[in-house]
Ligand binder design. Structure first.
Ligand code: DGL
Length: 293
């Protein structure tokens, strides 16, 4: 019994100190560069933090892979960030958040923020007519993770949820065709049913979709778009503040965001696409071979 208390005290102290070290970076990971849209929101809301971004660019996309494969990749990315000594893990990828969040939490001794809960909370706050739409990759939509959480939180049959996989949006955004006629045509085809179903709130459940916000707004009109990254960043402020692990401007003034990039490959479009997601040019990333993660 004595031993048990000793062990549990040790664990508690470990956790407290692990949470309290505010100087450690925040770790953000994604299947590729799309997660930079989430990092952009974190930099906006938590500009004084240091960040480590890991993008599995050699194995992207995850959105049409099996649950087992996504779980295995998620585990490797998490272990990589844990080894780097981050204070918080942000699972920027909605596909990973939908499929492997529990696995990631199980192997992490630090707080983990996924994309689903912050977005669902925001959607439930915003909707007036209780008709919510969700768009994401095939893996995200078929996992039912968003739908299940909405059901759990509302426990009411009043809410109507409409979910749709929009797989072509990812390559269109990566190609930079944000305002192209082809993208508009495809978006109309995907989004038509949300107009028929009279949703008033749409969750953008994919790293790439915030870049299509303008186009989606033009098609859907008066519908509130929920950006997962933005809501996750707001949650991170609260979580880090509660643990006294938030760096504020009085302590450290950083002019340029402090980001260290790791990727598993540097594809030809990397710099252009990364700048599109982040809004400013990225530094040369460190390349990590898949065998080493
Ligand atoms: N990052 C993924 C997501 O948010 C989109 C790209 C992919 O399919 O890997 O679901």
């Amino acid at each position: 019994m004595k031993n048990y208390f000793k062990k549990s005290l040790k664990l508690q102290l470990f956790c407290i100190f692990a949470f309290m070290d505010k100087t450690k970076p925040i770790g953000v990971f994604d299947s590729g560069i799309g997660g930079l849209s989430v990092l952009k929101q974190f930099i906006k809301f938590l500009p004084y933090e240091k960040y480590i971004y890991f993008g599995d660019t050699a194995r992207v996309p995850y959105g049409n892979k099996s649950k087992q494969t996504v779980e295995q990749y998620a585990r490797q990315s998490t272990e990589f960030l844990l080894e780097k000594g981050v204070k918080l893990i942000v699972v920027a990828c909605n596909t990973v958040s939908s499929i492997a969040l529990d696995t990631i939490k199980e192997i992490s001794n630090i707080p983990v923020i996924g994309m689903i809960e912050p977005a669902v909370n925001a959607a439930l706050r915003e909707t007036n007519n209780k008709r919510i739409g969700i768009i994401g990759t095939r893996a995200t939509i078929s996992s039912n993770a968003y739908l299940d959480l909405i059901k759990t939180k509302t426990a009411s049959k009043d809410y109507q949820v409409f979910a749709k996989a929009c797989p072509l949006f990812v390559p269109l955004v990566e190609e930079g065709l944000l305002h192209h006629a082809a993208t508009e045509l495809i978006a109309k085809e995907y989004l038509e049913e949300f107009i028929e179903n009279k949703i008033d709130t749409l969750i953008l459940a994919c790293t790439h979709y915030p870049l299509l916000s303008e186009l989606i707004k033009t098609i859907l009109g008066d519908v509130t778009l929920i950006d997962s990254g933005e809501n996750a960043a707001v949650l991170a402020i609260r979580l880090l503040a509660e643990k006294a692990a938030l760096i504020d401007d009085k302590e450290e003034f950083i002019r340029k965001p402090k980001i260290t990039f790791y990727v598993t490959d540097v594809p030809t479009m990397f710099y252009d696409a990364a700048q599109r997601f982040l809004g400013f040019p990225v530094d040369k990333p460190n390349i990590i071979s898949i065998e080493k993660i």
